[in-house]
Ligand binder design. Structure first.
Ligand SMILES: NC(=O)C1=CN([C@@H]2O[C@H](COP(=O)(O)OP(=O)(O)OC[C@H]3O[C@@H](n4cnc5c(N)ncnc54)[C@H](OP(=O)(O)O)[C@@H]3O)[C@@H](O)[C@H]2O)C=CC1
Ligand SMILES: CCCCCC(=O)/C=C/[C@H]1[C@H](O)CC(=O)[C@@H]1CCCCCCC(=O)O
Length: 280
């Protein structure tokens, strides 16, 4: 799909590691067809272009990690075709005519799916329409820079603030998480454990459930292999105090019927509905 990219297939990582073939050209992945159901390679097109000269105020980057996130699917519906696919990346500054960015800085920002993007940070728009300048990262020392798209970035902030501010879990309470093996859900569970909660994770496939247990999740449920309602009745008889919902749909109706009085729900996402087919 993107010849210079290596897709990291582990479910713990949603990043594409890019590698430059040439510093004279840049590769862009264009969004050429609105998704109908699951995104397909034919919804994208790769183009290679000569890198233009840098203008005053602009910065040139080399992409290190490009993020693939669930919000892209619903947000793409309103996007014009033929443009570079939007999204965040971790990148290194290779050339700069902007006073706040210097060669060698590492940043995280919405430069889209491109190997060597050029942008004016002061006018760079996020996929949601606001101006969001790329953030210069501190020295991560030996930690991987991809963490800026994970636990130290948007998914980590979503997990931390969604759980602590919206659900406000107390020690001893039971926190249930749908989409538990994803970037956000797996962090919510670990934070909840640190806060002294009992944690229930709903995900699919034994290897993910085993991984969640290794992170300290107390109860794991495979929603494709098991009856969630029955499993919650059997394994979580005390009921649920906090529900961190990443999935929505039928699963949420089931979980909500197991909530205790004065329970709290963080409606983080509704991934079960994102890949809906278009109505022709
Ligand atoms: N409100 C906010 O600011 C933010 C909201 N979000 C939302 O949080 C949710 C999770 O995001 P993130 O962790 O980054 O995503 P990931 O892609 O890392 O993980 C998503 C998980 O959802 C599960 N999943 C996918 N489809 C379905 C389905 N049809 N039914 C049930 N589970 C499904 C998958 O696990 P499995 O195969 O095990 O089912 C997968 O592990 C999304 O809904 C996203 O939109 C994310 C970031 C910010
Ligand atoms: C539109 C579906 C959003 C699903 C939930 C989700 O994944 C949210 C992601 C947020 C991420 O933390 C950074 C953001 O700003 C995302 C929220 C964006 C929602 C606004 C969409 C506006 C639009 O329709 O263009």
């Amino acid at each position: 799909m993107f010849p210079c990219a290596r897709i990291l297939s582990s479910f713990q990582s949603r990043t594409i590691l890019t590698r430059a073939l040439s510093t004279m050209t840049t590769k862009k992945l264009l969004f050429v067809k609105h998704f109908d159901g699951e995104p397909k390679p034919s919804d994208f097109k790769v183009v290679e272009e000569k890198i233009p000269a840098l203008k005053d105020g602009e910065v040139q980057f080399e992409a290190l990690f490009i993020s693939v996130d669930p919000y892209m699917r619903p947000v793409s519906v309103g996007k014009p075709l033929g443009q570079k696919m939007f999204g965040a990346q971790v990148a290194r500054v290779t050339e700069s005519k902007h006073p706040k960015y210097k060669k060698g800085d590492n940043v995280v920002g919405y430069m889209g799916w491109e190997t060597h993007p050029i942008c004016n940070p002061d006018t760079l728009e996020s996929p949601f329409g606001a101006i969001e300048k790329p953030l210069v990262l501190p020295d991560f020392k030996k930690l991987p820079l991809s963490l800026a798209l994970g636990v130290l970035g948007m998914p980590g902030n979503t997990a931390y603030f969604g759980l602590t501010e919206l659900c406000q879990p107390k020690p001893g309470e039971t926190v249930c998480i749908s989409g538990a093996a994803g970037a956000v859900g797996s962090l919510v569970g670990q934070i909840a454990k640190n806060l002294g909660c009992k944690v229930v994770g709903i995900a699919n496939k034994k290897e993910k459930l085993d991984w969640l247990q290794s992170l300290g999740f107390d109860v794991t449920i495979d929603y494709k292999e098991e009856n969630v309602d029955k499993m919650l009745s059997e394994k979580v008889p005390q009921g649920i105090d906090c529900y961190f919902d990443n999935v929505g749909g039928e699963m949420s109706s089931t979980v909500l019927s197991h909530m205790n009085m004065f329970g709290r729900v963080a409606v983080c996402g509704a991934i079960a509905g994102y890949n809906a087919k278009l109505h022709h």
